[in-house]
Design a protein around this ligand. Structure first.
Ligand SMILES: O=C(O)CCC(=O)C(=O)O
Length: 283
C-alpha cells in the first residue's frame, strides 16, 4: 500500500532523566513537553518507562491503570494544553492481575487514540553482559498498534520490539510512514545495536524511525544507553542525542520519502509469489 504524509511535521523527542519518584518523573516530562511544543513539535515522544526506574522489581510498585491512572490523566491534560500529539513513551500498566509495558498515544484534544502493549518481552541472557527477564512479571501485548493522524499513519513498538523486522514490515504494509519506538537499550547491546536497528528498520521499510531513550543514569540498576535518534528512509540520522537529558527535534521531509520510494521501489519488487508476510491479528 502506498500512503503519503500530507503535511510538514516536526517531532519532539525527549531523552528524559528518570528517577525513583514517580510524581517528579511525570512533572519533568510535562516540563519537556511544553518546551517541545515551544520548539514547534506536532508530535512529542517520551521514552520507555518514563515514570519509573526500569526493572522487573519496580514494575508492580509503579504500575497504574490506563486511562484512569495518574500518569494517563497528566498526559491527556498536557496534550490538550499544548495541542499536540503525545506518544507517552511507556509506563508499567496494571490491568486486573496482569502487568504490561504500555505506550499510550494522546491526540491534541487529550483523547487516548492508541495503546500499545510491548509485544516482544525483553528476555535475554548475555553472560558477563546483561540478563533480563521481563516475562517474570509482565505479560506481552498481542496486537500491533497504528494511529492515524492528519500527517500520516504511525506504528508503535517498544524497545525490544524494534528487533523484530516483521512488526515493522507489517506497519509499512498497513500504510505507516513513521515508526516510533520508545526504548531503553543498555550498555551491552546499545553501542552496536541501537542505531543499527533504528537505521535498519528505516531502510528496510523506507519509513522514518524515531527511537527515544531515557537519559543515562550511571547509578541506576539498569543503565540506559541513551542516544535517542531520528532516522530518515535513506538511513540518514536526522537527530541524535548523547547520554544526557536532552530535547531533540526532527523535521520529517515527506518529499524525501516519496523520492526514495520511487527511486528504489522495493515495495513493488517484493517476491510475494515466493514469500509473504502473514498478519494474524486485527490492526
Ligand atoms: O534489545 C535490546 O538489546 C534491549 C531491549 C530492551 O532494553 C528492552 O526491551 O527494554
Amino acid at each position: 500500500m502506498i500512503s503519503m504524509c500530507k503535511k510538514g511535521l516536526r517531532l519532539g523527542l525527549i531523552q528524559l532523566s528518570v528517577g525513583a519518584n514517580k510524581a517528579n518523573n511525570v512533572q519533568n516530562a510535562l516540563k519537556f513537553v511544553k518546551k517541545a511544543k515551544e520548539g514547534g513539535s506536532n508530535i512529542i515522544v517520551l521514552p520507555e518507562c518514563f515514570n519509573a526506574p526500569y526493572g522487573t522489581k519496580y514494575f508492580p510498585e509503579y504500575a497504574e491503570s490506563i486511562p484512569d491512572g495518574e500518569t494517563s490523566r497528566a498526559l491527556s491534560a498536557a496534550a490538550k494544553e499544548v495541542k499536540a500529539y503525545i506518544v507517552g513513551g511507556s509506563i508499567p500498566e496494571r490491568d486486573g492481575s496482569k502487568l504490561y509495558n504500555t505506550s499510550t498515544v494522546w491526540s491534541p484534544d487529550g483523547q487516548l487514540v492508541a495503546k500499545h502493549r510491548k509485544m516482544h518481552l525483553f528476555d535475554i541472557d548475555i553472560p558477563g553482559g546483561i540478563t533480563f527477564k521481563e516475562s517474570e512479571v509482565l505479560s506481552p501485548g498481542n496486537t500491533p498498534c497504528i494511529f492515524d493522524t492528519e500527517y500520516c499513519k504511525i506504528g508503535i513498538g517498544i524497545c525490544y520490539d524494534i528487533r523484530f523486522f516483521e512488526l515493522a514490515a507489517l506497519y509499512r504494509k498497513a500504510g505507516c510512514d513513521i515508526l516510533i519506538y520508545p526504548g531503553a537499550f543498555n550498555m551491552t547491546t546499545g553501542p552496536l545495536h541501537w542505531d543499527l536497528l533504528a537505521r535498519a528498520r528505516a531502510v528496510d521499510n523506507q519509513v522514518f524511525v524515531a527511537a527515544v531513550s531515557p537519559a543515562r543514569d550511571e547509578k541506576a540498576d539498569y543503565i540506559a544507553y541513551g542516544h535517542t535518534c531520528a532516522v530518515d528512509p535513506w538511513g540518514k540520522t536526522l537527530a541524535q542525542a548523547g547520554a544526557e537529558e536532552e530535547l531533540l527535534f526532527a523535521d520529517i521531509d515527506f518529499e524525501t520519502m516519496k523520492n526514495i520510494r520511487q527511486q528504489i521501489p522495493v515495495s513493488h519488487q517484493k517476491r510475494n509469489d515466493v514469500y509473504d508476510l502473514v498478519v494474524k491479528s486485527n490492526l
